[in-house]
Design a protein around this ligand. Structure first.
Ligand code: 13P
Ligand code: SF4
Length: 302
């Protein structure tokens, strides 16, 4: 498929003409992930890599908060998102005003914001985290209690691994909240010996019956390291498609849920965005500094 698409040829030519790089999240379709992306990974890797991009233009093949994070970390670059409607149910679940109210209710308790948030929410937070570093970030603060928002399930999953008390918010990922423990039991019955890997945005009852929980990068690394004979990734659908291509010796069982936001990004709109140089991601100047600090503090934690 990848070799014969006129969009792929055009995108790779436009990247050279515009001096652009494409950063793609693990949930992008295989033709984007394997066909045109220069850098692929989880949210943490995309943030780190965005900071180091030397090219003039960054195309973020992912959702809006990822493009905002890239702009925060490399503000002199032109950051393009192929469809501005690529949102996220977690980012939409909380506002900057909600954080101000939480701070009034819990004076002095630091706020850890999942990177799946708007720049305005990041600006009101003390530090960001991703699913790949959440426990480390929470513990890095050296306090007995933190507010972790907006993902209730991620916060509960981290709370189960640490002595730090975690105050949660009732946001959920519309993709991962749909998985349930019965589905995992049915999978185990139908596919004996299967290894079950779950994203920590899944409800704790799902994580409890899985063999491993970790970020999209951690799930991919697990497959590369452990080479399970049969595996299911309890997450967004493209994840298995992308990982399976590099692991022909592993059988991937593929019940999954689609993220409609991630799926708004397509080869045709990546091509169009490089042709028109639209839509450019901008951050309100008043938010820029504080939002960036929150992401930079996260990246500074070793
Ligand atoms: P990762 O940071 O694990 O890639 O997750 C991002 C995301 O949106 C998961 O739903
Ligand atoms: Fe947001 Fe969930 Fe989609 Fe990730 S999978 S972008 S958390 S809605």
């Amino acid at each position: 498929w990848a070799l014969f698409s006129p969009d792929i040829e055009a995108i790779n030519r436009l990247k050279r003409e515009r001096n652009a790089v494409i950063l793609a999240h693990n949930y992008q379709t295989p033709e984007i992930f394997h066909g045109v992306a220069d850098i692929v990974g989880d949210s943490l890797l995309l943030a780190r890599e965005a900071m180091n991009v030397d090219a003039d233009v960054i195309v973020l093949a992912g959702v809006h908060f990822m493009a905002e994070t890239a702009k925060l970390l490399n503000p002199t670059k032109t950051v393009l998102i192929p469809d501005t409607r690529a949102g996220c149910s977690l980012a939409d679940s909380i506002t900057a005003d909600d954080i101000k109210l939480l701070r009034q209710r819990h004076p002095g308790v630091p706020v850890v914001a999942y990177v799946n948030t708007s720049a305005a929410v990041k600006a009101e937070s003390d530090i960001c985290c991703t699913s790949g570093n959440a426990k480390k970030i929470v513990e890095s603060l050296g306090v007995p209690e933190v507010i972790m928002l907006p993902d209730e399930y991620l916060a509960q999953n981290i709370a189960a691994q640490t002595n730090v008390k975690i105050i949660t918010w009732a946001g959920h990922c519309e993709v991962h909240e749909r998985f349930n423990p019965q589905e995992i039991a049915d999978l185990r019955a139908a596919h004996p010996g299967i290894t079950v890997l779950a994203h920590p945005e899944c409800p704790p009852e799902v994580v409890a019956v899985s063999d491993f929980a970790g970020s999209t990068a951690a799930m991919s690394d697990y497959v590369a390291r452990e080479k399970p004979a049969r595996v299911v990734l309890i997450t967004e659908c493209s994840m298995s498609d992308n990982v399976a291509i590099g692991h022909p010796g592993t059988e991937f069982i593929r019940p999954c849920n689609l993220c409609p936001h991630m799926k708004r990004i397509t080869l045709p709109n990546i091509r169009a965005c490089l042709e028109t140089m639209q839509t450019q991601v901008e951050i309100e100047p008043a938010l820029m500094e504080r939002a960036r600090q929150s992401v930079e503090r996260m990246l500074a934690v070793k």
